[in-house]
Write a protein that binds this ligand. Structure first.
Ligand code: IPD
Ligand code: CA
Ligand code: CA
Length: 265
């Protein structure tokens, strides 16, 4: 029999917090020669890899039939019906530059549907989580998206894709438009936290291009369970593996999405 999702949520909380404590302890201690470049501006250190190994080891027994999709590939990448989708350290550049905004993102998927998601904002000790049809929470408190309906009064967050030079012009055009028409835009450096912040109503919307499933799978469910809406740039549902995401409080979704679609598609 399958485990109740709320039970799974509670079993994972101490696991993500323990690995969060390891990452927090390592902050500021990584030496320059310990930083590797996976590709241009795509950095990694032993902290990301060790955190992933610890998560995989601890999550295995929680659902023995689930396999793993992980950013650092420290475990065989799975194809079973149940899958953990893990970014052991989202915001590595912030982490390495001692900017205190980075997270762990864990999603649990069955088939092609998200079942559970956890995002731990490590330095602020804020654990966001949601399970399918169970609502969204931060440290035990129910969270909801913002009720703002006015695009002009809305605040947005995004990230700039690495290694996508052909898109820079389109990205700048979107920034130009949003800057003129809204309250403004932030770039925080952790997509998982960006999504969590949409879920709890700090931002009206988030969008980014070229993200991976481990960046967004948990945050997507948290936004949806908090009452928000998530699509790809076309308005479709290929936003976890498709590399295009727009996540909003629902009210201003189409206004944001059409600005993006006109310049990035
Ligand atoms: C990155 C962060 C960042 C986003 C990048 C991601 P990483 O993840 O989520 O906000 O803009 O595209 O790659 O590399 O720190 O795990
Ligand atoms: Ca990431
Ligand atoms: Ca990462």
């Amino acid at each position: 029999m399958e485990k109740n999702l709320e039970v799974v949520i509670n079993e994972v909380k101490p696991i993500i917090r323990e690995v969060g404590a390891f990452i927090k302890d390592a902050a500021g201690k990584v030496r320059l020669e310990e930083i590797e470049h996976k590709s241009l501006n795509n950095l990694v250190s032993y902290v990301d890899k060790t955190a992933e190994e610890r998560l995989v080891k601890a999550l295995g027994p929680v659902l023995p039939k689930a396999s793993f999709i992980t950013e650092e590939g420290t475990v065989e990448q799975g194809t079973t019906e149940w899958k953990w989708i893990i970014d052991p350290l989202d915001g590595t550049t912030n982490f390495l530059h001692q900017i205190p905004l980075f997270s762990i993102s864990i999603g649990l998927m069955k088939g092609d549907e998200m079942q559970c998601g956890w995002v731990l904002d490590i330095m602020h000790d804020q654990l966001f989580y949601a399970w399918k049809d169970g609502g969204a929470y931060m440290n035990g408190q129910s969270i909801q998206v913002s009720q703002q309906e006015d695009f002009v009064q809305s605040l947005f967050v995004t990230g700039f894709p690495y290694g996508a030079n052909e898109m820079v012009r389109g990205y700048m055009d979107v920034l130009h438009e949003i800057t003129l028409k809204t309250r403004g835009l932030r770039r925080l450096g952790s997509a998982a936290i960006d999504l969590a912040y949409v879920a709890c109503g700090k931002f009206e919307g988030f969008y980014e291009h070229k993200l991976n499933a481990w960046d967004v799978s948990a945050g997507v469910l948290i936004v949806q369970e908090a009452g928000g809406v998530v699509t790809d740039f076309n308005g479709g549902d290929d936003y976890i593996f498709g590399g295009q995401i727009v996540a909003t409080n629902r009210h201003i979704h189409e206004q944001l999405r059409t600005i993006i679609a006109a310049r990035l598609l």
